[in-house]
Every structure is written in structure tokens, then in C-alpha cells.
Design a protein around this ligand. Structure first.
Ligand SMILES: Nc1ncnc2c1ncn2[C@@H]1O[C@H](COP(=O)(O)OP(=O)(O)OP(=O)(O)O)[C@@H](O)[C@H]1O
Ligand SMILES: [Mg+2]
Ligand SMILES: [Zn+2]
Length: 315
């Protein structure tokens, strides 16, 4: 089965519950994401830092079942339908099951096309031949055969590198740097991009955008943010409702002027509880929250008068 079929099957199995459980967003946003996935399209998630984009990509790859691969193949060839030159010529096939169906690329200005499409070791090519496994140095794109390819911050990659994805997106195949070796790649891309107001981002080319479906992920509602805290924060003792409400309301207030990630909310909660704890308490009070905010805002809002901001949000 293709990756898209696998994904579709899992989504329909869980459709009555919530196939995207673990990722919190409005019904409408989840609906749009599922639409893209069931249609088998590539997904671009746009939104501010720390709003669950990576979490979502992992939840999606977690929907995929274990798969059977040819043992030792760097391209995760399927035993039924080998796609690399090496596996196609094997007489005896040993296979194994793998669970992890997630490959990640961190977008940065330094990334090179070879990192994505791989290249060939000329010495080994001469020694063993062009289709020997030791000759290939697969890139992330080949490693993502039959897996989800998660491209974090695609807009931080130089345009030339962004364009490397075009062939995979369009034809489901790739050519290894400069060589006439084509591999079929069965993958689904999930990319993230921060909105343009963030420093160090390149525009995505129209060509690339035309091949993705874009869903905007924004800050969660207060109710959802409380659920996120309950699931992902690790405070040293159990937190009361009132504190959950207070802290999520503070984040909401902070976001009126600037960005404040959900990661930030988690840190405020954990630190407020930690501060209470070192003072022998198991209940968080306003002063604990103030100290936690001071730490969290100091690292995030370099140039601002933090005491004024804290006063504003603790009102
Ligand atoms: N909508 C959400 N659903 C579930 N968890 C979330 C959500 N938003 C944030 N989180 C939690 O906040 C933390 C940061 O989330 P995550 O890393 O997924 O965000 P991101 O959007 O990928 O951030 P960045 O842009 O910085 O890469 C994680 O602990 C995650 O569990
Ligand atoms: Mg992320
Ligand atoms: Zn193979």
C-alpha cells in the first residue's frame, strides 16, 4: 500500500474519534488538515513559533502503521516492490519491520541541495559500481521514501534548495545529484513556515507554493491551551483550575501586543509551580507567577520593560 493509502485508512478508522488527538486546534482547522491529508496533498503549516506545528506533524506520522522494509536498504524499499537499483537485483530478500515513519529536515540558510537529494561517493562508485549501496549517500528525500517528510521552516532555506523539492512534489521521483539515477519516492511533505514578519525568512517561490495546501495554525483558545498544559507540561505537583485559568489568560493578554508561544505558557506554568515548591508550597500564587513570568519574558522579550509588561498582564 502506498503511504497515502495507509494514511487514509488510518484516518477513516479513527474518524469517529479524533485522528489528530494530541494536537489541539479548532474543529475547522482540524477539518481542513484532514481534508488535505485524505486528498493526499502536501501540507504547508503557517503560523507563529510554538503553536504545535511539529507536534501535529508527529501526530500525523504516528497515524501510519509499521511497515515492512528490505533489511539494510537505505531507501526503505518495500519487499513487494523494491525501488532502488540494489534491491531490484537482490536474489534473496530479508525484511524487517520499522515503526518510525518520520524524517525531519531543519530549514536553514546553510542547507545544501546534496543534503536533500544525496550524492555519490566517487571512490566507491569506481570500486563497487554505480548501483552499490556503499556508493549512494542518500539525502533526506530518499530517506523519506514511504515516510512523512517534515520540513521545518522551509522558508529559511535558500530558494535554490527549496526548488530541490519540486521534482519530488510533482513527479514523486528524484535524481541523485548530477547522476542519471532516478528513484521513485513515495512521500508526503509537511512543511512549516513562519509568517514573513519574522527575521531571516525567504519568500517561498510561487512555484513551490502551488504544490502545497496551506493551513494557518494560530494560537489555541484558552480552553485548548489548558488542555495542552494538562497534557504536555510537567509541573512538580498537580495544578488547580484557577491557576490554569490565570496562566492561560496571561498568555492571551501577552499576545495582544506581541508573540508569546504555547511553549512560553508551558514554561510559565512549570516555573510557577517550581517556585512554589522551593518555598514549601503545593499551590501556585500570584508571586510565583510573577517570578516565572520574569524569567520567561526576559529570555523572549529582550528589548522591553518587563516589569511594565508583567504589571499589565497580572492586572
Ligand atoms: N496546538 C497544539 N497542540 C498540542 N500541543 C501544542 C500545541 N501548541 C503548542 N503545543 C505544545 O507546545 C510545545 C511546542 O509545540 P511545537 O514544538 O509543536 O510548536 P511549533 O509550532 O513546532 O514551534 P516552532 O515554530 O518553534 O517550531 C510542545 O510541548 C507542544 O506539545
Ligand atoms: Mg517546530
Ligand atoms: Zn532498496
Amino acid at each position: 500500500m502506498s503511504l497515502r493509502d495507509d494514511l487514509r485508512t488510518s484516518i477513516f478508522k479513527m474518524i469517529k474519534n479524533d485522528p489528530l488527538a494530541g494536537f489541539y486546534a479548532s474543529r475547522e482547522v482540524k477539518d481542513r488538515i484532514l481534508t488535505v491529508l485524505v486528498a493526499g496533498r502536501h501540507l504547508l503549516l503557517e503560523g507563529p513559533p510554538g503553536t504545535g506545528k511539529t507536534t501535529l506533524a508527529k501526530v500525523i506520522s504516528g497515524l501510519l502503521p509499521e511497515m515492512q522494509v528490505i533489511k539494510g536498504c537505505q531507501f526503505n524499499c518495500s519487499p513487494e516492490k523494491p525501488s532502488c537499483h540494489h534491491c531490484k537485483n537482490l536474489t534473496k530478500i530479508k525484511s524487517e519491520k520499522i515503526k518510525d515513519r518520520f524524517v525531519r529536515i531543519q530549514g536553514s540558510p546553510e542547507i545544501l541541495p546534496e543534503d536533500l537529494v544525496g550524492d555519490i561517493d566517487p571512490v566507491n562508485a569506481f570500486k563497487y559500481g554505480i548501483d552499490h549501496p556503499l556508493t549512494y549517500r542518500p539525502g533526506k528525500i530518499q530517506k523519506a521514501h514511504r515516510k512523512i517528510l517534515f520540513i521545518d521552516e522551509i522558508n529559511r532555506m535558500p530558494e535554490k534548495v527549496q526548488n530541490t523539492f519540486l521534482q519530488v512534489l510533482e513527479e514523486g521521483r528524484t535524481t541523485i545529484a548530477g547522476f542519471d539515477i532516478e528513484l521513485e519516492i513515495d512521500t508526503l511533505l509537511i512543511a512549516t513556515a513562519n509568517p514573513e514578519e519574522y527575521a531571516g525568512t525567504e519568500r517561498l517561490s510561487a512555484n513551490l507554493l502551488d504544490r502545497f495546501e496551506c493551513v494557518k495554525v494560530d494560537y489555541p483558545s484558552i480552553e485548548d491551551e489548558i488542555k495542552i498544559l494538562k497534557k504536555y507540561a510537567n509541573p512538580p505537583f498537580s495544578i488547580d483550575c484557577d491557576t490554569y485559568n490565570k496562566i492561560t489568560n496571561i498568555s492571551k493578554n501577552l499576545r495582544e501586543g506581541r508573540q508569546f508561544s504555547v511553549r512560553g505558557t508551558i514554561s510559565v506554568l512549570e516555573q510557577a509551580a517550581a517556585h512554589a515548591m522551593i518555598h514549601g508550597k503545593t499551590v501556585v500564587d500570584t508571586n510565583d507567577i510573577r517570578v516565572a513570568l520574569k524569567n520567561s519574558l526576559k529570555s523572549r522579550y529582550e528589548d522591553e520593560d518587563i516589569d511594565v509588561t508583567i504589571k499589565r498582564v497580572l492586572r
